[in-house]
Design a protein around this ligand. Structure first.
Ligand code: GP9
Ligand code: MN
Length: 404
């Protein structure tokens, strides 16, 4: 087994892999950051019509003036939303079972709030309408370096403005904006939406689109809750513009993980009019990643990547160098397309191959391949996951933080 010293050396050997700067480096320097976690939002909803109507009219519009990454994969495991948060903030992999938030909340982390604080004295706040103990966030957010957690008790939550897990997204954003006015600048503010959560319940008055008409009610309802989420984003952006909180901000919007699990995937195939193949199955694992800087030109970036790559991508735009961050992510503007996107169950997708449930496929046509073709990538997969686990279970970042 690896000693601590060896693990530290391995982490260091992972550094310095970025091929350098693009002309986008620093284009969002010093701006406030608003990161919105889009609950259960898969990429297929973008530019998708149901009954002739767009499911996400606001996002489709926003994409026109944003960086839109359309090949980013959900890398979460059992920790769901908390795994997505963990990857975004630390650029480490989640655990194979359970959530790091619950299992290792007292570790030393070197997270996005820490990096931003150290660089430019950013204030970090997180906003969510659920109780603060959910996913052990009340403990973990301290370790991740957040200065303030606005949770259920900070909001006016009534039966009338709640559904499913709690406060609906429109009142959530509306009430959050009031708190935002008082945040010290520059800030990193993270918002976790909630209404578009399984089993996708919505009151009549919030149905802005008709349910779909597949044989899976879950899929049919999903369309309506995604549409509601899209509306809540529109109202939030409008309010931020009114309050003067829009112009000097970089927005990061990202789907946290799938909404339609494999159990209901047949309904999704029906909705999209496609066959169930390994290719469509992998496509469904894509989540939208949108980075919006007011005044920018829109661009769609089809580099493959995962949620673990969000942090280095954002830091690139912030003009903060990404070397020596003890992490696994790559800047999506320069990511090597042959480096596999790694999933927690040991599967991966590379430029040419898909590996899932111990079968190697050609990405192009889904044909089963010799295991040999996938083997070099599998080595990288095993190495990265093992090292990430070693960092988390050994609490190794405590030896490195403050060393630079
Ligand atoms: C609950 C919210 C949803 O607070 O984060 O949790 P999930 O089930 O998606 O992990
Ligand atoms: Mn979630």
């Amino acid at each position: 087994t690896m000693t601590e010293a060896e693990a530290v050396a391995s982490i260091e050997s992972l550094q310095q892999k970025e091929p350098g700067r693009t002309d986008l480096y620093g284009m969002a320097e010093g701006k406030n950051i608003v990161l919105i976690s889009l609950e259960s939002t898969q990429d297929f909803v973008i530019n998708q019509k149901v009954n002739g109507e767009e499911v996400t009219p606001f996002l489709n519009d926003l994409i026109g003036d944003s960086f839109y990454f359309d090949q980013v994969y959900d890398q979460t495991a059992q920790g769901k939303t908390s795994d997505a948060e963990f990857m975004i903030d630390t650029s480490l992999y989640p655990l194979a079972s359970g959530s790091v938030f619950v299992r290792r909340p007292e570790n030393t982390f070197y997270s996005l709030p820490h990096i931003l604080k150290e660089q430019e004295d950013y204030y970090a706040a997180t906003f969510h309408g659920n109780v603060d103990t959910f996913w052990n966030r009340n403990v973990m957010y301290d370790s991740l370096g957040y200065d303030r957690y606005f949770s259920k008790e900070d909001y006016d939550v009534t039966e009338g403005n709640s559904v499913n897990y709690g406060l609906k997204d429109i009142p959530f954003f509306k009430q959050s904006a009031t708190y935002m006015k008082n945040l010290p600048e520059p800030y990193y503010a993270k918002f976790l939406t909630l209404t578009n959560h399984f089993p996708f319940l919505l009151e009549e008055e919030d149905m802005l689109i008709d349910p779909a008409a597949t044989d899976e009610d879950v899929v049919n309802r999903y369309v309506t809750t995604v549409r509601y989420l899209d509306k809540s984003l529109e109202t939030f952006f409008e309010q931020l513009k009114e309050e003067g909180l829009y112009e000097d901000t970089v927005f990061v919007l990202v789907g946290d993980h799938y909404g339609i699990s494999e159990k209901y995937e047949a309904g999704l195939n029906q909705l999209l009019g496609e066959e169930a193949t390994i290719t469509t199955q992998m496509q469904h694992k894509q989540v939208p990643l949108i980075i919006h800087i007011p005044g920018q030109q829109g661009e769609t970036i089809s580099t493959q990547g995962g949620e673990i790559d969000i942090r280095p991508t954002l830091l690139h735009l912030m003009g903060i160098k990404t070397e020596n961050r003890y992490s696994f992510g790559h800047n999506l503007f320069t990511r090597d397309s042959d480096h596999p996107v790694i999933f927690r169950d040991g599967s991966f997708i590379s430029d040419e191959y898909i590996y899932k449930d111990n079968v190697c496929y050609a990405k192009e046509n889904g044909a089963a391949m010799d295991e040999q073709s996938c083997e070099p990538y599998l080595e990288t997969v095993r190495e990265e996951l093992k090292l990430s686990d070693k960092i988390i279970f050994g609490d190794l970042l405590r030896y490195m933080v403050g060393e630079e």
